[in-house]
Design a protein around this ligand. Sequence first.
Ligand code: G6P
Length: 614
Amino acid sequence: MCGIVGYIGNREAYPILIKGLQRLEYRGYDSAGVAMIDKNGSLNVFKKKGKVAELVAFAKENNTSGNIGVGHTRWATHGEPNDVNSHPHYSQSKNLVMIHNGIIENYAAIKENLIKRGHNFLSQTDTEVLVHLIEEIQLHEKCKLSVAVQTALNQIIGAYAIVVLDKNDPNVLVAAKKGSPMVIGIGEDDFFIASDASPIIEYTKNVVYLEDEQVASLRRGEQLKIRNLKDKEITPFIQELTLELESIEKGGYDHFMLKEIYEQPRSVLDSMRGRLNASTGEIKLGGVEDHRKKFEKAKRIIFVACGTSWHACLVGEYLFEEMGRIPVEVEYASEFRYRNPVIYEDDIVIAISQSGETADTLAAIELAKSKGALVLGICNVVGSTIARATHGGSYTHAGPEIGVASTKAFTAQITVLTLMALELAKVRGTLAESRFRQLLYEVEAIPTKIEEVLKLNDKIKEIAYQYKDSTNALYLGRGVSFPVALEGALKLKEISYIHAEGYPAAEMKHGPIALIDDEMPVFVIATKGANYEKVVSNIQEVKARKGKIIAVVTAGDKDVKKVADYAIEIPETDELLVPLVAVVPWQLLSYHIAVMRGCNVDQPRNLAKSVTVE
Ligand code: G6P
């Protein structure tokens, strides 16, 4: 949460900072701010509540020149989103400014002490407290800024990625991180710094991922210097970025979300590329292979995640139990971490996270590791904190997901889970060879089937038009389609602000049925399979109460089509793999409804893409 960006070199900093902030806006968009030091040594700060575009309008016609600067886009934690609480924050003398991503947990006690020593605070943020502390140490110890940063951070409890700019030394940016991500780009004669590589990619491919408790000095004309909080010098490990610029741009689509929905045939294929070969019956997933013995003996799998990734875990539960015959528990990371859960050394904990940064998921991982369990990750962002904190795992390789509402990451996560479950079944000998082979072919066919569903976009748009003014919606599914009902409801409420609930279809009778009237759309997955007849009965129960039925059905279906107000026919798919195909109509439907309601699809209110605070 919160995006940070910095530049030092010979170019104009402001355009680089603004473009970088626009790329990082998915991390938060309550307010934005920049600070630059111009050639006369003036430190100019502009900050504004609202989106980056509002900051640009505000700063227009002002002096934004300078070739050193920092920028920030905020997702509020301490203090409401307003101009004053926006970053950058000043130190007491106003010589230092700082941007921060994270939470300083012990800020209140430090603030109280600083107030006793005469400090005045303008904002309610924890960030302002830290920059005051850094300056106090700098002045008291008469030390370099980087040393003051080290000393201050040794007193801090919490998470941070910070960049500090000093008016008295306009040739250096000092950055540090713990728990929040930070990437440094190394140009020919300049440095870039950001929360992720997207603001850096068009300038350089050489990057250094700062590790926790490291302080970096980016000094003009010098090599990058890194020391840790114990003052040990660290040799920077320079890596080459594989990210491509096109993958973080809209590429002709109106919104990132739509682009990402349409990318799914490709992203699902990428998530299985080189891992599965149906004709030879091979499956190879490093994450499982490397821990084969553990998987053979494991008594239980525990999935932990948040949000959409948690829904993928629920699909994983069906897949792992059905194919690998192993008991599975699915946990909200935020509950698991505070519940003193029972974890055995022969448990395997699988954490799923698109961003690889979610604070609760990370804490759940640390807890599971401390109890001796093997912890694997399924992450999308390569090199992310969770990917590094786990003992192993598999990347989803879906490419950058920028729309705040997750779409292609979800289908890529389920693809990887399917491959893991198949490999698990192979290791444990729980699937007949013929069924194993059949499933491999079915998995390989998924991208083509998603392509077929995308062709239904116009019809789905028509349905969206019919229900765009609804105030409530119900999503139903059974078996492996139940998590898809949850995901469908989440997509709708996230981006269109229509209240929606996902339910197991049969459970509807125990409550939600009371909500049904002739205005209530009920979105049902009623594809062919073991539960088909049961779901048809549930649909009849809705119709008997005049509810509207919009059903996802298997191509050629007759029964549901007779009663449904709308039927969306998707290609026939193995029952276990239905979520990969059936979620797509719900993604498109939410997208169109949100657009028709005039909502900001890619940046829905109050949400952020990476939730790095608990
Ligand atoms: C936020 C995002 C969701 C995402 C969830 C978990 O709430 O808005 O789209 O599903 O975090 O994020 P993760 O990166 O761990 O999958």
